[in-house]
Design a protein around this ligand. Structure first.
Ligand code: GLA
Length: 402
């Protein structure tokens, strides 16, 4: 009898827990966010702490005028340093000199252009630049953000001492949801506690997989203080290998924001950077000065055929399917069954690279049409493989459609 009662109670408990979980999932205000990787702009890579109302508003204007909005870029995100302290009631205070009309005015302006508004904070006591963090103020800040019309929160991991990463991000997601406003949660934990294993479960929409990107082609160097590491673009790419199964609609691996246009790489290298981010289904958050962009950079950031690969509704992250020294083939399955393919040449001399159908998941004998996404040209039908001549540090990016 005792055992039967025990079993019944356990079943009832499990049922309650199950319906609770289902209800939580269905009721969450954030459940429909980021069905494709978020696209937008963020202040950090170019401006660091030099943020202001005027600059952000003019950048939002530039998102529209440059055609970036038409190409799909949506979020205008202010990174670190907009905040200076907390008032007597613990409310977060924006820098009154740099944001004289307050954060709501900035959000209203961004919204008036049909764009969305993002801010930055940190799970610890202070942000990485030493501004007040969110620790202990999560619900209070979430209500404030919602009142300002915030649509996107990047939440960093500096000054967190003994905090548990998963619990901390679950807490800020719960706080954001309790505000009643759907807010994208960008987990910026640098991959230390493997956020790909728990980011989706705690309601993160994207999670950084590595330390910060640096505006250079390759290499992983120790920082001056001996800590690891300053990552060039390809060092970041290499750290994505094996993580592809964790990404999907609503929850993405984030190899960090784009450096395209910031001056540390050649236009060819930036084209490779952008192509690789697209094949990785990475968030496309531009980090350059959009008010002052040369044509080549504009054409990279707004290539709609490459963006369509990133934004493909199947939401598969691509992966490296072949490597031989400096030559690599990357492939991403698309919703219509075709593949986006990158032939990458990391080396210093031009080389021929081939994508074999078998590495793409197609039988050898299949005939497939190939289209070049940078030349915007159909290249014809191929069987068994597609080969291309790839310049140093360049890519050939195609779709292969049986
Ligand atoms: C960390 C993050 C960066 C940026 C800075 C701001 O380094 O990883 O992306 O947000 O903090 O201080």
């Amino acid at each position: 009898m005792k055992t039967t009662t025990h079993v019944l109670i356990t079943i009832a408990g499990a049922l309650l827990l199950f319906t609770g979980l289902v209800a939580q999932e269905n009721n969450s205000v954030s459940k429909d966010l980021a069905r494709t990787p978020p696209m937008g702009w963020n202040s950090w890579n170019k401006f660091a702490c030099n943020v202001s109302e005027d600059m952000i508003k003019s950048m939002a204007d530039a998102v529209v005028k440059s055609g970036m909005k038409d190409a799909g870029y949506q979020y205008v995100n202010i990174d670190d340093c907009w905040q200076v302290n907390r008032d007597a009631n613990g409310n977060i205070v924006a820098d009154p000199q740099r944001f004289p009309h307050g954060m709501k005015a900035v959000g209203d302006y961004i919204h008036s252009l049909g764009l969305k508004f993002g801010v930055y904070s940190d799970a610890g006591s202070k942000t990485c630049a030493g501004r007040p963090g969110g620790l202990g103020h999560e619900y209070q800040d979430a209500i404030q953000y919602a009142a300002w019309g915030v649509d996107y929160l990047k939440y960093d991991w500096c000054n967190t001492t003994t905090e548990d990463a998963k619990a901390s991000y679950a807490n800020i997601r719960a706080a954001l949801d309790a505000s009643g406003r759907p807010i994208v949660l960008s987990i910026c934990e640098w991959g230390t506690a493997k956020p790909w294993l728990w980011g989706k479960e705690v309601g993160g929409n994207l999670w950084r997989t590595t330390g910060d990107i640096q505006d250079r082609w390759a290499g992983s160097l120790k920082w001056p203080d001996g800590s690891c590491c300053s990552n060039g673009m390809l060092a970041i790419v290499d750290q994505q290998v094996g993580l592809q199964s964790y990404a999907g609609p609503g929850h993405w691996n984030d190899p960090d924001m784009l450096e395209v246009g910031n001056g540390g790489m050649t236009d060819t290298e930036y084209r490779s950077h952008f192509s690789l981010w697209a094949i990785l289904a990475a968030p496309l958050i531009a980090g350059n000065d959009l008010r002052d962009m040369k044509q080549a950079i504009h054409d990279i950031l707004t290539n709609k055929e490459v963006i369509a690969v990133d934004q493909d509704p199947l939401g598969r992250e691509g992966e490296r399917v072949w490597k031989n020294g400096d030559l690599e083939v990357w492939a991403k399955q698309l919703k219509d069954g075709s593949r986006a393919v990158i032939l990458l040449n990391r080396g210093s001399a031009a080389a021929e690279v081939s994508a074999n159908w078998e590495d793409l998941g197609y039988p050898n004998g299949v005939s497939a049409s190939v289209r070049d996404l940078w030349l915007h040209r159909d290249l014809g039908n191929f069987t068994a493989k597609f080969s291309g001549q790839v310049a140093s540090h360049d890519v050939v990016m195609v779709t292969v459609k049986p």
